[in-house]
Design a protein around this ligand. Sequence first.
Ligand code: NAD
Length: 489
Amino acid sequence: MSLDNLSNPDLLTDLWIGGKAVPASDGGRFDVLDPATGRVLTTVADGSVDDAIAAVDAADGAAAGWAATSPRERAEILRRAWELMTEQADDLAKLVTLENGKALADAKGEVAYAAEFFRWYSEEAVRAVGQLMTAPSGANKIMVLQQPVGICVLVTPWNFPAAMATRKIGPALAAGCTVVLKPASDTPLTALAMARILDEAGVPAGVVNVLPARRSGAVVSAMLHDPRVRKLSFTGSTEVGRVLLKEAADQVINCSMELGGNAPFLVFDDADLDAAVDGAMIAKMRNGGEACTAANRFYVQRGVAEEFGRRLAERMTALRMGPGLDDGVQLGPLVNTGAVDKVDELVQGAVDAGAEAVVGGRRPEDAAYSDGFFYEPTVLLGVRPGSPILDEEIFGPVAPIVTFDDENEAIRLANATEYGLVSYLYTGDLARGLRVSEALDSGMVGLNRGLVSDPAAPFGGTKQSGIGREGGHDGMLDYLESKYIAVTW
Ligand code: NAD
């Protein structure tokens, strides 16, 4: 299959099952919108429960063959997928922007990050190491093999349509598993483009199946109740994650869950303020604020709070907002109209409770933005404790600022959430930085850094932000099962 015109949204709009593009069994289709204009980009096949079972059939048919390939062969195929993604990066980035809305620069960043999961797991595929030891009694040897967990159902969100797919497909394929990927229905096109890339890279038919579906509950539930499925890897909201954990319980399916976040961003008065503002812009505004890692609550020590707020507001005001594909745009639209409504509701709630919007705080009034799903970059000062904006994921370009007085208070405020994905802190004192990092109850910490995501590092959360890790060596272990053989020789 040729990879020409990968950015054309009409190119591959059917399901991808068993190495072929196929329509939905009941002929269903759904619209995919351009968030910059609200117009229909294309229509995509709407996978049914029958299609889901057909995808599991295909994954099952390919499972034994794929598990039996040599690690080196799987590594070479993943490496080729990284090369192809890198060659096609510009077209893929355009496709991401078309269906997700994010600024093209963000989409390019995502595609490079997404491709790295194929490269990293091409290098990990040959490192599924086991163990051999003498039992403490001396009676036998303990041998541990690492084997593929089996058929995996992968469910991904719309905010990183390329990276959330490759962060699962890369380690699953490296481990020797076959997969069915159900992408978010706002952004199915990038996932279908991934299917083409992997096919071109030499992935055998049936190893990767992609099932866009509006009927996500029914389709995923059917797969989680098929006894051939052994693993669920889900990235999305905590709310849906809880539902799927319950569904997965019926067959005791192995679950990896990457869920919501509510990242605190702490700035101590000994911090390098320029660096803290730069870091804040990345932690808050990468992807227009639509990231699980997005700084959701800024806690700034009283002595620097005013100055930090002023500088952050200046930088937010200077952002160029517009359709993601336009030259120089730094902030695209949000993904859909529901996302804009939710952000606005949180902002109005905070303002009604006494916060001040020093910048933004509304939908843009300019007619140029009227059809798309835009929201102005916003900085809120004096946000009152207990405001929902501090408890819920904002998922938009809004920075609420709260002041604190001392370190213990900062840690207590930061940890006062059911989420535990990532925390950020800025300080000039290394001992304080490490002490606070240890005390923060989150799976990841950015210490004097506004960006933590790295394919070589274990990404994931504590508390209700998830179970398991993606990326790094840990990421492949999530797709492997230890088999212990007690042997006497
Ligand atoms: P979502 O939970 O609404 O949807 C995620 C996926 O689940 C989509 O494919 C959706 O179609 C599917 N889905 C929805 N309801 C379902 C159901 N009842 N049964 C089966 N599948 C269902 O999340 P979203 O709005 O697409 O993405 C945003 C969320 O994802 C945020 O909460 C964000 O924090 C989280 N996220 C987490 C990470 C992480 O690594 N921890 C990364 C990116 C996004």
